[in-house]
Write a protein of this length. Structure first.
Lengths: 470, 105, 377
């Protein structure tokens, strides 16, 4: 698991003396070093500043330790040398449907996932029908002046905008995994909304699928100019398989004066995946950022969507659910930093642990000196389904201003016997009753999702509860 | 208001693009050479309170090595999170190859 | 022999570097001008008082030195329990090695004290207190600290026997130049009940660990804390509600009123072990900011491994509530009077939960002069 500190092996890389030709042959191999980073950047035909940025980030990745406060038992199992950090679709040849785990295939059946989607979710490269949908939406967006593409294209076609904002919200040195992402990022979304423009339809990640690197190290950058609005959705409730076990994305949101960004994520990664994400937004004067975050899969997810409110009247909301079953740890939370007066934050976190699963909430509410009129409300509720499960909460508040209103409340409990008895007396089985109660528990989150997601999520919960009772 | 100007270093000690930390009157100050001009800022990252001077200068921005926060050394303004408060700057004047920092504000 | 090794440990621990703002767990404290080196032991001066009649009926209140001759087993049991003391850390370790004078309180089985026992610590660096309440006994202890040492570190051990009822108040009113460390630990047997109150108003820096281990089934612990801080006082409290058996209950209420540029840091941990089913744990931290530069940090933490439990924690930070002020003014009070009344009410809730007016009334009296300075703005 030890990563060795390596410095640039060849100064030539740094000064771009290598040939940048199309016929450059990339050989996919495990492990990460400056050689691979150089090749990734050359293949993407990136400007020199991005190449330098990647190399510098790799050095930072090597130098930083794992976070000591995290679940080191799980994190410690990542073997950084035994991972592919970059693969093109052509490298994934030979990966067949047969390799996809049986239990995932069964869930697809039960959830009624269409055939075409199954291959994609199983990590098998395939043409995806949504490309047609994507093209028609693109036309509408173009008419409004909205830019929406994958991050690679964004860098190529709108370099100035990207350069102005890239890594200003999450610098590579922020933590070990943002450093890794900064070195090997590929794919992700780039969205720029002009001033005053409202994008009415939610923009979805699968509109611009990029089979490269199978979404391992996505980098997303959303910039909402003053007075604009956009809602972005990524992920899906269906279980998603990837043979690459380390996923580390970075999402940066910039909400300028009076802008509003809503970012919805649902992840249901298979239980072999380490999903370590850094998500942060900066909200300027009167801007509003909402994170709607559903974590129902993965071996270990570490994710703390945050909002830094730097302009007066800004607002940050996080609505998150987490579900952990056997062998899973959802380590989620949020950071709300109030650096301006009259800013507001609301965090609602709901988690369910079953069969030995573990959920943790880690949060920070920080109010800087001189920020009067701040209001913050944090509510974390955890439901334990059985004696094997575990729930932890570690919220912190650092309050340096006087005229503020800060509230935090957390509860941990199990499905009440009286509650269960009451519901079952209405003629339901224990499974049906438990499902209904858990659905009710997650309701504030589910009602914020578009219909298809909500329906699928409810079906998924029903499936999971079946396994929990008896 | 009387200025409290202190001689802190010689210009030769700070090549272009480099940073040097000095202590003046129990204050830790980072001297930064951007484009040939010397700028003085507190050697304290407003994000975690640790030293800034160990960071690197990229153009006119200094980057804190611990979490990547950035400050414009000419104005003290934040240019990258996770810092949110500007860093204090001090007026500088150079005379006879010596750097003088005005600590009075 | 034990004392000699203690002396070695003392010297070893003492020579370790003193903490500063960079030490983990000390980051947000303002330590300017404080010399936190562990002091050379200065014998503690205690005054203690118990009802004559109680002493005749079997209550023991004496120096630890004397008690070692008569109640050695009880003392060993009390100080042998395993504890964690994370925030006090090495200061508690030093105190355990270096204490010279101490107080021992012992209530035999079934004994019910008729009046509270008072312990006043007036000087000394390492005060040590051991309280043993045997099965079914009932007693109230008020321990008050008024030392003016540069640094003092005290350790208190409380053993609650089966079905005993103990009320324990720890009052810290030390000199405003002192740094005061306190490690209080209680171990509770089956069906015992402990109501404890930590009242802090003195010291420049007061760092306290309060740990309650609910070891026996049916044990109940009410943990109360009250701090009134002004100037640049720093209060750092860390509490532990440790549920180790089924059907245990703990309820914690920690309140801090902070004036001027004072600071309160509260960390509260609730641990519910896997086998501690049907346990209930509650924790609330309320911070009232009265001064423009006042600051409050709060970190409530839950580590829950049993599922059939009920566990809630909450924290609030804010100034005097505007609505309450408005209400007071509508009743003819000036804004300042209204604010004072509200702060008084803020404290009264805690005093009422402790009960034992003979113990809490003097505390109200201690707060009164500080309340004069409270204003509405």
């Amino acid at each position: 698991m030890a990563t060795q500190a390596k410095t640039l092996v060849d100064k030539d890389y740094k000064y771009g003396f290598r040939d940048q030709t199309d016929s450059y042959a990339f050989k996919a191999r495990k492990g990460i070093d400056h050689d691979i980073v150089e090749q990734i950047s050359l293949m993407k035909k990136e400007p020199q500043w991005m190449r330098d940025f990647r190399h510098r980030s790799l050095d930072i990745f090597f130098a930083k330790p794992l976070p000591p406060w995290a679940d080191l038992e799980a994190l410690g199992q990542i073997n950084f040398d035994d991972i592919y950090y970059y693969m093109r679709a052509s490298d994934i040849e030979g990966k067949t449907w047969e390799e996809v785990p049986e239990d995932i295939k069964r869930t697809f059946d039960r959830l009624g996932i269409p055939e075409a989607e199954r291959k994609f979710l199983g990590g098998v490269p395939a043409q995806y029908d949504s490309e047609v949908v994507y093209h028609s939406i693109r036309k509408d967006l173009e008419a409004q002046g909205v830019l929406f593409s994958d991050m690679d294209a964004g860098l190529r076609e709108h370099e100035d905008i990207v350069r102005e904002h890239f890594a200003k919200v999450i610098p590579p040195a922020d933590n070990k995994f943002s450093a890794l992402n900064s070195a090997v990022w590929s794919g992700g979304s780039f969205i720029w909304v002009p001033p005053g423009v409202r994008v009415d339809i939610p923009l979805q990640a699968y509109f611009r699928i990029n089979a490269e690197s199978m979404g391992q190290f996505e980098r997303t950058l959303i910039i909402a100019e003053p007075g604009s609005f956009v809602h972005y959705i990524e992920g899906c409730t269906a279980p998603t398989y990837s043979s690459n076990s380390l996923h580390s994305a970075v999402v940066e949101l910039i909400a300028k004066e009076g802008a509003h960004i809503r970012y919805t994520t649902i992840q249901n990664w298979y239980k072999n995946i380490y999903n370590l994400v850094t998500k942060r937004a900066i909200a300027h004067k009167n801007a509003h950022v909402e994170w709607v975050d559903g974590n129902i899969g993965s071996r270990l997810t570490m994710k703390y969507p945050s909002v830094y409110m730097v302009g007066e009247g800004a607002r940050g909301d996080v609505l998150s659910i987490a579900y952990a079953s056997e062998g899973m740890h959802q380590d989620a939370g949020s950071k709300m930093v109030h650096a301006a007066p009259n800013t507001t934050s609301i965090i609602t976190s709901k988690s369910v642990s079953k069969g030995g699963g573990r959920t943790s909430y880690r949060g920070l509410v920080k109010v800087y000196e001189g920020c009067d009129g701040v209001k913050s409300n944090v509510r974390c509720d955890a439901l334990l389904m059985d004696p094997e499960s575990r729930s932890d909460t570690y919220p912190t508040m650092e309050i340096d201003a006087k005229n503020v209103r800060i509230e935090h409340e957390a509860t941990v409990s199990k499905v009440g016997e009286e509650q269960l008895f009451y519901v079952m007396s209405r003629g339901m089985t224990e499974v049906e009753a438990t499902t209904m109660i858990v659905n009710g528990f997650f309701e504030p989150f589910v009602k914020e999702l578009p219909m298809e997601y909500a329906v699928e999520l409810n079906r998924l919960i029903a499936l999971e509860m079946e396994g929990s009772v008896g | 208001m009387p200025t409290q100007t202190v001689d802190v270093a010689s210009v030769d000690e700070i090549p272009e693009g480099k940073v040097k930390t000095v202590t003046a009157d129990s204050l830790r100050i980072a001297l930064c050479n951007y484009g040939g001009t010397i700028y003085a800022i507190d050697d304290v990252c407003t994000h975690d309170g640790g030293p800034l001077g160990q960071g690197e200068l990229e153009g006119k921005e200094i980057e804190c090595p611990r979490h990547g926060a950035r400050f414009d050394v000419t104005s003290g303004q934040v240019t990258a999170l996770p810092a949110v408060r500007p860093v204090r700057t001090y007026p500088v004047h150079v005379s006879n190859g010596r750097i003088f920092v005005d600590l009075s504000s | 022999m034990a004392r000699r090794s203690a002396s070695c440990r003392f010297h070893a621990l003492r020579s370790a570097a003193q903490p500063d703002e960079k030490t983990p767990g000390w980051r947000r404290l303002s330590l300017a001008g404080l010399d936190l080196r562990a002091p050379t032991p200065v014998p503690t001066s205690f005054e203690y008082w118990a009802a004559e009649d109680d002493l005749k009926r079997g209550l023991v209140v004496c120096s630890l030195a004397t008690a070692l001759g008569t109640h050695e087993d009880a003392i060993r049991e009390a100080i042998g329990m395993e504890h964690h003391g994370k925030s006090v850390g090495r200061y508690a370790a030093i105190a355990e090695a270096a204490w010279q004078n101490g107080i021992f309180v012992f209530a035999p089985e079934g004994f019910e004290a008729s009046e509270p026992i008072r312990i006043d610590v007036t000087a000394g660096t390492y005060p040590r207190v051991v309280i043993v309440a045997r099965a079914k006994s009932k007693l109230t202890i008020a321990e008050t600290h008024r030392e003016s040492e540069r640094v003092s570190a005290g350790v208190v051990d409380v053993m609650c026997g089966e079905a005993s009822h103990v009320h324990y108040a720890h009052v810290q009113d030390c000199a405003k130049t002192s740094s005061v460390f306190s490690h209080q630990r209680a171990t509770m047997a089956r069906d015992s009940k402990l109501v404890s109150l930590n009242f802090g108003i003195g010291g420049r820096l007061a760092r306290t660990d309060v740990e309650v281990e609910l070891r026996g089934e049916g044990a109940e612990s009410d943990m109360l804390g009250l701090v009134f801080a002004e100037d640049q006082q720093e209060f750092d409290y860390r509490t532990l509600q440790g549920h180790r058996s089924p059907n245990t209950r703990s309820d914690l209420l920690f309140k801090a009123a902070l004036d001027d540029r004072s600071h309160s840091s509260y960390t509260g941990v609730i641990i519910i072990d896997r086998g501690a089913q049907r346990s209930d744990a509650y924790q609330a931290n309320r911070n009232l900011l009265l001064g423009e530069g006042a600051r409050a940090d709060t970190e409530p933490m839950l580590e829950i491994e049993a599922d059939d439990v009920r566990c809630t924690h909450g924290a609030t930070v804010g100034p005097v509530d505007e609505e309450q002020l408005f209400y007071a003014e509508s009743r003819g009070l000036s804004p300042d009077q209204g604010a004072r009344l509200i702060v008084e009410g803020f404290f009264q809730e805690v005093f009422q939960k402790f009960g034992r007016p003979s113990v809490t009334e003097p505390l109200s009296g201690m707060v009164a002069p500080h309340l004069e300075r409270v204003g509405a703005s």
